[in-house]
Design a protein. Structure first.
Length: 326
């Protein structure tokens, strides 16, 4: 699914999808916080013929429809709605909501100032309204990488440095999750971002993109398990190659001892048996040799890996003496 539609678009459309919820005072306050953040981050004012006009732009038609419906719900007006195509570089379509009436009242009611970056306590005063404000900010200027990319990254960008700092602290102080957002400057923008995959999944729930969060977690877990399996396979291969390398050295020691004195020279039956087993099972690891020795000797006390390693060190000392001509 991620191959046909950007994950960011999927998340935003998940947020604005109609949900069954009662119209409580908390829901109303959350929606106003969404509208306040969206207008603050995506709005611009124009004044012509003594008339103030508020313009809101977005690249997502469903987001534009959602914001339009909120304006109509709260202020009883029908803004004009149109779109335009950007013919430079990416040929994107922008959906524009134009508010020509009650502009000053709306800006005052939503505590919006385009001159300062403070987030008014009249709009954000609880976890619900904090969630709403973060949601509006993400709808306006947010993006998130697909978990398929393996580059976990979610961000909200604004040209207002103060607003970026306030938004960062708002997300950080949310009581029901342990978010650790950071702020960086990228050209003219100040970017609030999250990099930890588990926090991004939690943030998607925080902003109301529950379905997207489930899909995100499924892909992330599958990818992480696949990566873990690959690491284990590489580790197993490395251990196998190390076992083979050690076995070749051990076999060289045993064959030298066999040539010089034979195995019957050993008083310790464990040494004799270990020499025979190593020659017969060249790719066996220490534990496998220990298990075979326990079985062959019918020992009440199992032979351990450390015991096998100690016996091999003894064989190596004997072989090294012969190599030095002693």
């Amino acid at each position: 699914m991620f191959d046909y539609i950007s994950f960011t678009m999927m998340v935003k459309e998940d947020i604005v999808r109609p949900k069954e919820e009662g119209e409580t005072k908390y829901a109303v306050a959350r929606k106003k916080a969404i509208l306040s953040a969206f207008m603050r981050m995506n709005g611009s004012l124009s004044i012509a013929a003594r008339q103030t006009r508020l313009l809101l732009r977005t690249e997502n038609a469903k987001v534009a429809k959602y914001i339009y419906s909120l304006i109509n719900e709260f202020y009883g007006i029908d803004p004009s709605f149109h779109y335009q195509k950007n013919m430079h570089f990416k040929k994107n379509t922008y959906y524009i909501i134009s508010i020509d009436e009650r502009v000053d009242f709306i800006l005052d009611d939503l505590s919006i100032s385009f001159l300062g970056g403070a987030i008014d306590r009249k709009i954000v005063y609880s976890d619900d309204t904090a969630s709403g404000y973060a949601t509006g900010a993400f709808l306006a200027r947010g993006s998130v990488n697909s978990p398929k990319s393996g580059n976990y990254h979610l961000e909200i960008a604004t040209k207002d440095e103060v607003l970026a700092g306030k938004l960062c602290r708002l997300i950080e102080r949310f009581h029901h999750a342990n978010f650790t957002p950071k702020v960086i400057q990228r050209r003219d923008y100040h970017v609030v971002y999250l990099k930890k995959s588990d926090q991004i999944g939690e943030f998607l729930i925080f902003i109301g993109a529950t379905s997207s969060s489930l899909q995100y977690e499924n892909v992330r877990i599958d990818r992480d398990m696949q990566n873990a399996s690959q690491r284990m396979a590489l580790c197993d291969e490395h251990n196998y190659q190390r076992t083979l390398s050690s076995a070749q050295n051990q076999i060289a020691d045993i064959k030298l001892i066999e040539q010089k004195i034979g195995f019957n020279h050993f008083d310790n039956p464990k040494l004799r048996l270990l020499c025979e087993l190593r020659l017969n099972y060249e790719d066996a690891n220490m534990q496998e040799l220990a298990d075979r020795m326990t079985e062959k000797l019918a020992s009440e006390r199992p032979i351990s890996k450390s015991n096998v390693a100690h016996l091999f060190r003894s064989l190596n000392k004997i072989a090294e003496n012969y190599r030095r001509g002693n």
